[in-house]
Design a protein around this ligand. Structure first.
Ligand code: HEM
Ligand code: SF4
Ligand code: SF4
Length: 363
């Protein structure tokens, strides 16, 4: 079992909470903490990913600094979450990227753009970067279909395997030998995750700018469903091409373009909203390491979505080739850094919610 540095500190803080119990209705963390007389490292990894960082407990607490108890649950939980991402990151040598997320994202995108630009130059010639391409198969005259599919599938498969291996170790540690993924627990966890139930801060909303609001939950929903819509757009384009033999670019009212445009706009607006909330929120209940991870991930999402929308708008002009290189390079950067950045929160959070649903259901 991995030792998390914050174990002693969270054990101290949560023992005060277990005596106080003022916040027990706010979220799942306090109910789960009450089931534990002492906090071990598996418990820290579990509780940290159960905390949704709504900051309600910080705002409500009478023992925050300068009080001598120095209770700051959101800051400690957020720092512990960053440690979870690094400790369970697979392979460990790449997981070090979590320490410098903005540099990692920049290097990954620059490397992606360079590799795609070189592939275009070797396969179609440098002129493909500024020569307009029209009609079915226009994109593939810039970069061959096989090169796009093979590299995207290889990166996605590598990322999925690494994330799954990390999540398996995480589930083992927080489960302490118990199997908690029952069908009932999975159902409850999925409902809690999709509704972001614990980002409601006990009903008042998430505490940003020292008052509750539903802004973060709303913008997160835009980003989440936007990513899913873009995934559905890519899948539907593959179906059109493989089964109906229709090559892109597709008409503006086709399924892939409608889903892709809707998803792209949702990500651009949602990520911008999350950035705006973050810029203005109180830094005291936060972790600077998590803020860096958030900005790196939000920046990558903005870059991928905005270059995708620009490619759609300008696909029949002479900048299509250059935009395609930029978009594919950004997508490669997003995929390559996904197992070593903020993206993994989705997986650890869902696993923590499954465990919580199982333990709250009782024996
Ligand atoms: C496609 C999948 C997802 C994407 C792209 C995504 C994106 C993001 C981004 C960019 C942030 C940082 C914004 C901020 O701190 O305000 C964030 C935060 C958050 N996400 Fe997600 N998310 C995804 C899935 C999920 C899932 C499944 C959950 C389930 C509970 C979740 C829960 C949260 C919570 C609670 C926060 C705020 C606390 C934190 O920063 O960890 N997300 N998400
Ligand atoms: S965060 Fe503060 S108010 Fe809330 S339960 Fe803990 S000690 Fe009590
Ligand atoms: S910040 Fe919100 S989710 Fe996290 S422990 Fe406090 S009340 Fe619960």
């Amino acid at each position: 079992m991995l030792e998390l540095d914050l174990t002693a500190e969270l054990d101290r803080q949560l023992s005060v909470c277990n005596a106080c119990r003022y916040c027990e209705g706010f979220c799942a963390v306090f109910g789960a903490a009450q089931l534990r007389t002492a906090i071990g490292s598996g418990d820290v990894a579990y509780l940290a990913n159960l905390c949704h960082d709504c900051r309600m407990c910080y705002d409500a607490c009478m023992f925050t600094p300068p009080h001598e108890f120095a209770i700051n649950i959101p800051a400690a939980m957020t720092e512990a979450r960053v440690q979870t991402y690094e400790r369970y990151g697979t392979p460990p040598v790449l997981a070090r990227m979590i320490r410098a997320p903005r540099r990692g994202a920049l290097v990954a995108v620059l490397a992606g753009v360079t590799i795609v630009a070189l592939a275009v130059t070797f396969s179609a010639g440098a002129a493909a970067l500024w020569t307009p391409q029209l009609g079915p198969g226009a994109f593939y005259r810039v970069l061959p279909y096989a090169a796009m599919v093979v590299s995207a599938l290889a990166l996605a498969l590598f990322g999925l395997v690494c994330i799954a291996l990390g999540a398996r170790r995480y589930a083992r540690d927080i489960g302490a030998g118990e199997r908690f993924a029952t069908p009932a627990a999975l159902r409850t966890a999925l409902r809690d995750a999709l509704s972001l139930r614990y980002l409601k801060g006990g009903g008042a909303g998430c505490y940003d700018q020292s008052r509750g609001s539903g802004r973060r939950r709303f913008f997160h929903a835009l980003v989440f469903w936007g990513v899913l819509a873009d995934f559905a757009a890519t899948t539907s384009a593959a179906v059109l091409q493989e089964f109906l033999h229709a090559l892109p670019p597709y008409p503006y009212w086709s399924v892939p373009v409608v889903l892709g445009t809707g998803g792209g706009v949702a990500i651009v607006v949602g990520a911008a909203g999350l950035i705006a909330v973050k810029v203005r929120s109180d830094p005291r209940p936060a972790s600077t390491r998590m803020i860096a991870l958030d900005y790196a991930f939000l920046g990558l999402l903005e870059l991928v979505a905005s270059t995708g929308l620009a490619l759609l708008a300008l696909r029949s002009t002479s900048v299509m080739g250059a935009l395609l290189v930029l978009h594919l390079g950004a997508v490669a950067g997003l995929f390559a850094t996904a197992p070593y950045g903020k993206f993994v929160h989705a997986v650890y959070r869902v696993v923590a919610l499954v465990k919580n649903a199982h333990e709250q259901a009782g024996p």
